[in-house]
Each structure stands twice: as structure tokens, then as C-alpha cells.
Ligand binder design. Structure first.
Ligand SMILES: [Zn+2]
Length: 270
């Protein structure tokens, strides 16, 4: 996981026809949900309310998330868009929520955030559909927000928020192994609940780890005394520069293991 910055990148989805023409669809639909809940709470409290993917996964929303997140999952940092469409994930679940220990659905979910840009992220299908699903534990369950009239700031999510927190303060790596940073409860809950230790992720991270380790070794072995070897050394350094770019997969792992070392190499005067 790395920090995602959506600042100033909110897509404006304008309503094309009717009385609300030209108005922001996400804001209008959010207001409609709040009013609808007050007039018909039973639909939300029984899970019968349907939310429209045409709105939260609108043709303008998903490409914006893909661009912001460089096509990577907000949780596992795997590149999604090369092989699949990816999901628009609601950090706070829209329909119902569960805790880690009790998977019983609790209604209503965070219905008023179903179309809220700040609550939407791009996620791979495994992280979203197999692991996170409707899970949304809090640090203190007694502070849970139950409807849109409550103050959302009172509750503190137990999962690492991909935009509000710095994931590297909670999740770190030793080699390709994912680890909780400094005993962080949020890091632990996120790693365990989303199974960020899963073998497939480890294997892909490890391939990248091994490759970078070799590149660094080769860089250090190349002497910089003749022009030919200097040119090769610069080529290797350019490869190392690439792995610190935000579009590179598993950047949190790369930074945790090699960040300082690669930076030193990039600062080399050769
Ligand atoms: Zn994922």
C-alpha cells in the first residue's frame, strides 16, 4: 500500500438532461440518497436498497481512479489494468458493514457515501470481493456512525485509509515479507483481513525484490574507470531510477528495503 493523493483530481460528472442539467451528478445523487433514507429507512435497514454502479463506477470515475493510482490496487499495489478491469471499491461499505470477528451483515451501510468521490478507490477483485467485501472494523466500535446525520469524524477506521494515512507508517517489509510496522493495530488489521501475506503476492513481490537486489549488486561491481563501463553503470542506474516511480508495483516494499540505497546510487556523481 502507498499513499494515494486525489487532491484536485475529482472528476466532475454533470447531469446532461432534465431539471438538474449541468449540476454535479455525484452531489445530486448523494442528496437524493439522504432524503430517500429519511423517507424510507426500512429499505436501507433491510439491505433492499440498490445502488447504481452507473453512478459510482461512471465512465468518468473509473478512468480518473486508474490514472491517480497508476492502475494499481489501493491495497495490494498489484497492477490491475493489464489483465482485468478492476473494481471501484467503497472504503466505507455502502450497503452493509461487518467487523473482523463477526461477519454478520449490519444495516444500513454507509449509504450516503455510495457516490462520494472521497470514499472511492480502485481495487483488484481479490482484495475487494474475496477479502475486504463488507468488512469495516473500527478502533472503537462504540463510535460507529449509523446514518448521515452523525458526525463521521467521530469514528476511526481500523483499516489503513489509503489517502488519509501514510501506509508505510503501519505496513512495512522485510525482503518480500509484509510486516506490521511498530506494532500498528491498523497495519495488523489491514494485512490480516485483506490477506496481504497471500502467497501469490509474496511470489510477485519476491521476483521484483530479487531483480532489484541483483541490479544493485551489478551497479556496485561495475568499475567506473573506462568510458564503456561508465555507460553500462549509468544504464543500470537508470533501471534503478524506474523502480522508485509511483507506477511501479509494490513501491512500499521497494522503498522499505532499498529506498535509501537506491537514492544514494542516484546521487552518485558518475
Ligand atoms: Zn489488491
Amino acid at each position: 500500500m502507498i499513499k494515494i493523493d486525489k487532491t484536485g483530481k475529482r472528476p466532475t460528472i454533470l447531469i446532461k438532461q432534465g431539471a438538474d442539467k449541468g449540476k454535479d451528478k455525484l452531489l445530486i445523487e448523494t442528496e437524493k440518497l439522504k432524503k430517500d433514507y429519511l423517507s424510507n429507512p426500512a429499505a436501507y435497514k433491510t439491505g433492499k436498497k440498490k445502488f447504481s454502479s452507473d453512478i459510482y463506477a461512471h465512465e468518468d470515475i473509473k478512468p480518473a481512479l486508474i490514472e491517480i493510482q497508476n492502475g494499481k490496487c489501493c491495497f495490494c499495489e498489484s497492477r490491475i489494468t493489464h489483465i482485468t478491469y478492476g473494481d471501484v471499491e467503497h472504503f466505507r461499505p455502502k450497503k452493509a458493514w461487518t467487523t473482523i470477528s463477526n461477519r454478520k451483515y449490519n444495516y444500513p451501510g454507509y449509504y450516503w457515501l455510495a457516490y462520494d468521490w472521497d470514499n472511492l478507490f480502485l481495487s483488484c477483485q481479490l482484495c475487494n470481493q474475496r477479502y475486504k467485501r463488507n468488512m469495516f472494523p473500527l478502533v472503537d466500535e462504540s463510535k460507529r456512525t449509523f446514518d448521515h446525520t452523525c458526525n463521521l469524524d467521530d469514528e476511526e477506521p481500523l483499516f489503513v485509509h489509503p489517502e488519509k494515512l501514510a501506509p508505510e507508517d503501519h505496513i512495512t517489509f522485510e525482503g518480500a515479507f509484509i510486516k506490521v510496522k511498530d506494532g500498528s493495530l491498523k497495519g495488523e488489521a489491514t494485512i490480516k483481513s485483506l490477506d496481504l501475506e497471500r502467497i501469490e503476492l509474496y511470489e510477485t513481490r519476491n521476483e521484483i525484490y530479487q531483480l532489484i537486489e541483483k541490479l544493485i549488486k551489478v551497479y556496485k561491481l561495475i568499475p567506473d574507470i573506462v568510458p564503456e563501463s561508465v555507460a553500462t553503470k549509468i544504464e543500470v542506474r537508470d533501471e534503478l531510477r524506474k523502480v522508485l516511480k509511483p507506477e511501479y508495483q509494490y513501491l512500499n516494499m521497494i522503498r522499505a528495503n532499498f529506498g535509501k540505497e537506491i537514492q544514494k546510487i542516484l546521487d552518485d556523481a558518475i
